[in-house]
Design a protein. Sequence first.
Length: 192
Amino acid sequence: TGMSTVLYIKNMVCPRCIETVGQVLSEKGFKVQSIKLGEAEVDTEPSQQQLNDIDLSLKKRGFQLLMDKRSQIVNQVKAEIIHLIHHNEILLVNLSEHLAKLIGADYSSISNLFSSSEGITIEKFAILQKVEKVKELLSYGELTASEIAFKLGYSSAAHLSSQFKKETGMTTGQYKNLKDKNRNPLDQVGNV
């Protein structure tokens, strides 16, 4: 067919995941044209048998191939939010506009689909991811609360701190002083 195909893959949350998924696809004889968090584009359209085969190999490594459109969109939203919050220098985008453009659908339909599938809103998912990022940055202890607030697109350190307290039950200062800092794996954040 000469058509390239985009495969949507669940649980890709780090640069190392990209490498692993790329290896799996190459081993299966596909030429990977582009790959990023949550998706990979290959040079041909895999048959159903090949898709099942790829899925099996991915599952052994903790990933999963998403076959239906709904899961693909939810996955795209999650992967993009994780990318924006965890792998970006500074968060400056308007999330709803950004996602609508990325996915090519209006935001309210994406938002409804996400909520009905995940049991939480996109906004809430983004907040939970931000909280994880704040925990990470606080653990390193290199940035002040205002610097962290700026990096994650909060209007002020106070705004960040109140959101953090609402989600974790403690202030950023208290978290920083914890001996045992509990952080959640990114692919499990927001799982009900």
